[in-house]
Every structure is written in C-alpha cells, then in structure tokens.
Design a protein around this ligand. Sequence first.
Ligand code: NAD
Length: 481
Amino acid sequence: MQLLDHQFIDNRWVPSRGERRLAVMDPYREEAIAEVTAGHPDDVDDAVAAARRALPAWRALSGSQRASYLERFAEGLSRRRDELTRLSSTNNGKVLAEANIDLDDAIACYRYYAGQARELDQRQGRLVELETSGVEARCYHDPVGVVGLITPWNFPLVTSAWKLAPALAAGCTAVLKPSEVTPLPERVLAEIASEIGLPAGVLNLLFGDGAGIGAPLAAHPGIDKISFTGSNRVGEAVMHAAAERSADVSLELGGKSPIIVMEDADPEQAADWVMAGIYFNAGQICSATSRLLVHKAIAESLYSAIGARIDALTLGDPLSEETDMGPLTSVRQREAVQGYLAVAKQEGLTAVRDASHRRLPPQGYFVAPALFRDVPCDSRLWREEIFGPVLCARSVGSEQEAIELANASDFGLAATVISADRERAHRIGRALQAGSVWINSEQLVLPETGWGGFKRSGIGRELGPWGLAAYLAVKHLVEPT
Ligand code: NAD
C-alpha cells in the first residue's frame, strides 16, 4: 500500500512532522489503497516559509514567463491522462468518462490562465482616463502575496486548477491543501512542478486534514489570502480565521440549485438535461440542479421520462465502460445522504424512484438514484444541500411562481432554465439569483465565464478574468504632469 507521509515543500519531499495517518479509500472496492499523513501545523510553517522565500523572484517574472510554466503544467497533465483518470476514478469513485471530462477542464484552465498571464503584461501601467487635468495616473496589478488554497474531494484536479492556475499567473506563490479524501490525483501536481522546473517554493503541496493542515493554514499570519472551496460549515470557520488578521478570503461553498422546466419544453429532451444536472458524479456536485420546478402541464410526462432514465442507469465499477454512475466517494458521504433518505421517509415524501426500485451492486458506497415529487418547500430535502443522487421536484403553475420558488433558497450557485422560447428562457434566467444560469443545457462550465455564488454559495468568483483578479491587488501611481 502506498504511504504518503511526505509533504512537498521547496520542491522536495520532506517527511511530515505529524504522526497521525489516515486511510485513503477506493469507494468501489471498499478497501484502503493508501495511507496519508494527517499533517501537522509545523508542516504549514515550513511550507509558508518556503512560499515566502520564493515570492520575490516569482512575482518579478513577467506574465509571459509565468505563462510558460502554466502551459507546461497543462502538458504535464495531458501526458499523464491514463494514469490520472484511473487514479481519479479509483480514489473518487467517478466513472472514467467523467474523470476524462475533469482532466480536460483542468488542462483548459491552466491554458486559459497562461493566456491571462500574458495579457496581464499588456495591462500593467496603463494610463487611467481622468476628468482632472494636470494629473497622470497609471494602474498596476500586483500579486496579493502568498496564498493558501484549500480544496474538497468531489472534483480533484479541477478545483485545485481553478485556484492554482490564476494564483501562479498573478505572481503569487502557493500552499495547496487538497482534500485528505482524494490526495492521490492531486499528488501528481507536485511531480509535474518538479518535472517542469517550477522554481522551488512556488507551489508547496501539503497533505492532511482540517486539524493537521487546513485550520493552521487558514490562521497562518504568513498567508496573505485564503481561497477555500468546500462546505459552508468549514468555509465560515476559514472566514473567521482570516478575519482575525483582516486577510483576504474567497469562498466557493454549497448549493441547492434549481432547474426550471416550462410547459413549452419537450419532456424527453428536458429529462436528459435534468439527469445530467443531478446524477453526474453521483450527485456530488456543488452546482447540482437538485430542485426541479416543472410546469404542471408537463409534470407527469417529465417525471415518467426521468423515471425511465433512472431505471436505465447502470451502477457499478467506475473503471468499467458500462457504468453510468459510480459509488459515493466516502462512507461518510453515503451516511449523510442516507440520513436525508431517512428524513424523506419520516416526512412521508412521495418517491417516483428510490432504493426500493433497484438492487444495488454488492460492494461499494452506493446510493440508489432517487426522485421525490411534490416535495414541500419546508422539507429539509428541499432546503438543504444533500450532495448525492437525490432530486426533489415540485410542480408550478406559472413562470412567476417558478422564479419565486427558485430564488427562495439560502444558496445561489447555479440554475438551469428549459423552455422552447429562448426569449422567455433568458427572461427567467435574468430573474434568477445565481452565478451561472444554463439555458437549455446543463453544467456548461467554461474557463472564460465566472464561477461563484450569490447568497450563502460563496464570496468572490473563480474562472475568467475575475478568477485572476482574485489574486491581484490594484495599485495606482499618481503624479502631477
Ligand atoms: P469540507 O468543507 O469538509 O472540506 C473542504 C476542505 O477543507 C478539505 O480539504 C478539508 O480537509 C478542509 N478542512 C476541513 N476542516 C477545516 C478547517 N477547520 N479549516 C480549514 N480547512 C478545513 O468539504 P468537502 O466535504 O470536502 O466538500 C463538499 C462541499 O464542497 C460541498 O458543500 C460542496 O457544495 C462544496 N463545493 C463547492 C464548490 C463550489 O465551487 N462552490 C465546488 C466543489 C465543492
């Protein structure tokens, strides 16, 4: 069994100062495939010191010079496609086709920010248009400094790319802490950094859990900015820690995103989009469109089209090409989802499909894909992020009712609108409180468009130029002419 008890600091693998170790699981085979250190606050001190030493030289490079490293990161990931997709699949439980999509997204992200780093050179020192005469002002964009990057387990390589690529493009140096649940694919980032000759200390990668690495990193006085993706509970703790020293913070948190299907939609086509929005990655997607609001005129036909598609899903070994949906990533996540299914039973919710409709594979942390209809708005299943393959549906009588119910949520990460009338779909989309609204499509995430949420779904934006701006501090040089 692989033992990951070293940390990547200053381009060297050094033993973690922590004694505690955690099992890394294969959620399909239900067996430990590696052991990873839980980390130690002293590891954080060492990594932050390395990142601080590396900062002056790294930020002094031009954007174009930094871009060439990002391109080499993209090439390094491409070269190791087979190994990486198998690792993601084995460690996370996602089916191979989805692991390939993830890798494509990560590669595209490094390439995109290589372009942004080059553009940054063009923007530096631009004259600001002023109303006042006799004064000249130039605008510069400085890196915010040493950044702490904390990521979850549902999209390893992707969530880290969304942080690491813009941070390095901006001229920041980084301490990256991937989830302790899925450290295997992320480990490769350190190997690529060494292969491509990234200067020592620019990327430091620390394995460990919240107590060993996450909390000490968020609280570290040598960290200028924390960018966190994960749960609201931990995100709020990270924000508290950053507030103690007025440090900059970005948060990508949970969601409970709506999908609206109007009466002019084709139920068969709509069912495909509904499926893609909730059962991809076994529902463990922050932007899962987990609340279905369907016009009552087509509700029955949509429910039966979704039910038929659920029945056709093959659950099994994520490495098999036959499989449509793998297990949940951890036994803990399965228990969390099962807890919601127990609540559904207590509340007497109506299941169009649930565990009673299918036999699960004999091994693996599986949960049967479920669809509940006529779910009351005060149900916990309607209000809370479940983070599993559970779709809750309600019918609505009008566009206005759909918008009101869609927006009646603590979250606002994403949304989908399905209608044959494009103008109507845009009108609804504009009225929704969400960072990304997909029109007649699902989960279209592009490097050029921003990612992030309204309300409790987070603070700030990743991807696009906004993702780069999150790692830059604006500065002006002003002088009389
Ligand atoms: P989590 O909050 O439990 O863990 C996220 C990361 O924080 C992990 O690396 C973990 O080790 C670390 N951590 C734990 N305790 C910490 C502490 N006290 N201080 C600092 N770091 C700590 O989340 P998870 O279970 O890994 O991921 C699922 C959650 O992530 C869901 O809520 C999902 O919606 C969210 N998510 C959001 C986005 C987005 O873009 N908005 C993307 C993916 C996942």
